[in-house]
Structures are given as structure tokens and as C-alpha cells.
Write a protein that binds this ligand. Sequence first.
Ligand SMILES: [Fe+2]
Length: 349
Amino acid sequence: MILEEVAKDVEKATGIKVYARSIERILSSLLVTSDFWLVVDYSSEPLPLVAKAIEILEKRGYVKINSGIVLTEKGKELIDNLGIVEVKRLRCECCEGRGISIAELKDVYEKYMEIQKNRPEPIREYDQGYITPTSAIARVAFAMENNDIQNKDIIILGDDDLLSIAIALTGKAKRIKVLEIDDRIVNFIKDAKERYGLDIDVEKFDLREPLPEELIGSFDTFFCDPTETLAAFKAFVAKGIATLRAPRCAGYFGITRVESSLDKWRKMQAALLDLGVVITDILPIFSEYENWGFTQETKAWRLAPLKELPKENWYRSWLYRIETLDGFKRLNEKISEEAFYSDEESSCV
Ligand SMILES: [Fe+2]
């Protein structure tokens, strides 16, 4: 009953659909950490929901906020009575739970590490934030396991993760095309291309605009990291799909739980099915993001019950792989400004 009541209050205050299970997951997380960012990570609930739930749990006397977020005696009692257990991560230590070995790409990893050292830092203007080198190489390894890299024409829509460099280092792709809006990243990739003899074709491009006609239906595989408002997500991924040349081509992108509830996930998945593709894989907690320098300028910071910067990486995304099937749709539309406005679940820009 109490969980339902809290859920209802949080839902009313945030405009996000909240379940008793959401509150349960937050309490489970509080059994193992008092760090707000890790509560968001472990609970797999949208950050604004977690922040509001903690506020309401505090008002009701179940948690206390001092140097961390801790359960009170009343909170511990509630947890005992409801049989709530701590959240567990039983991830394989060898592959960090991705299920993908990057051993075969050891040389690629080392070279990538060296090249990316002086990469541009993420800026808020372009909704940036990049994944760790291990996550990037694992993404490439997973795509290679699916033969989506070898002798394939590949397009990357937005490349602050520098995936193009990782893919080029494998020497396996036939063609690598990058569209990227940020001059700093365009120049960084161009520079790496010159210095290390990488075969990458990088072009400055605002992905809100329709893609140049010659790119439509010209690739075997796309990668992108869509903004997670539903409208932006749909438009971004639809453009990726539009670049694919035939049925049974593949696309890769990440979706978080931090900025997207499962209700939004369902809408995203429906949009994908609508475009005539099938979701072949969802690899959980696959990409880990490095903390970014503009945290204090974000909505997440404003909402955080404790103004303390994250001490470790906490922002992760699930890796989606999709395949086109017979009759898939190619949409290449201008994405409106409104699509980029944040929604009630977003917080990190
Ligand atoms: Fe493993």
C-alpha cells in the first residue's frame, strides 16, 4: 500500500508513469548504496523519478539525507515487512557482463586508447557524453560477431564516441562514413585519419536536416546514439534505417533507463516495429559513459537531493541491435526543434 501511495505521489509530481515496483527498486538500491547517482544506476529508473521518490520517502520518514541518502529505522522496518531485498549485479567479471570478449581486438583497443587520449571533452550544446574505450571496442566486437563490419559499408550518425576510429583500426570495413555536427570532433577524426592512415570519410552535418540523397539506401550497417525524447529517437533511428540498402541490414544504438522509462521503451520499440525492423538483441548495461564536465549545468544536478558530483561512472545504456526486414520503411525527414526539447524523463543535458 505504502509503495503504491509513494508511487502515486511521485507520478503526480513528475508526470512520469510510476509503479510500486519503481519505488521498490529504489529502496533495494538504498540497501547497497547511499550515493544518489548510484541509486539511479542500480534502480534503472528515470533520474527525475528517483529524485522525487527520495524526496517523498524523506518527507514520510523512510530515508534521511545527510552526507548520503540513508534508510531510517522506519525505512528499514518497511523494507523488512515488505520482504524487499537488495539490488544485485551478478555480472561476469571477465567481460563486465557484456557477454562479448574483446581479446581478439586487443591491438585495436591499445591503439584506440592512445589515439583517444586528447579527444574533445563533451559539451552540453550537442547532447554529448562518450562511452568508455572498453564499451566502444565491445560494441565493435559485438558488431563483428554479427559480421556487420567485415567488408561492409558503414555509416555513423554522430560520432562523439569515436567509433569510426575503432572500426577503422580493425581494417575490416569496406567503407566508413561519419556525419558529425561538432567541428572539434570532425577535426579530431580528420587528424587521426591523417596521422594513423585510417580510412574514414568524415563530414560536418547537422543530423536534424534530411540526409543527402546519395546516402539513402547505400549502407549495410549504421551506428547512432539517439537523443531519447520519443520524437528525436524516432527521427534519428528512422534516418539510420533509411541509409540501409536492403533487408537484413543492421543498426546499432544505445538506450538508457536513466532518461527513458519502460513505458517510453515500449513506445520506442513500437516505433521500431512500425518501421519494419526487428529487434534482434538488447544487451543490458552494455555501454558505460565517462562522467562529463557539465554535470552542474544539467537538470539532473538541479534535481539531485545531494549536490555532490558523481564519484564513479553511473550512466549506462542498453545496446540495441535491429535488422531490416522485407518491406522496411525509409524515412528521411527534417527533425523539428521541438523534438529536441527535453521530456519529463530526461535530465542529463
Ligand atoms: Fe563474461
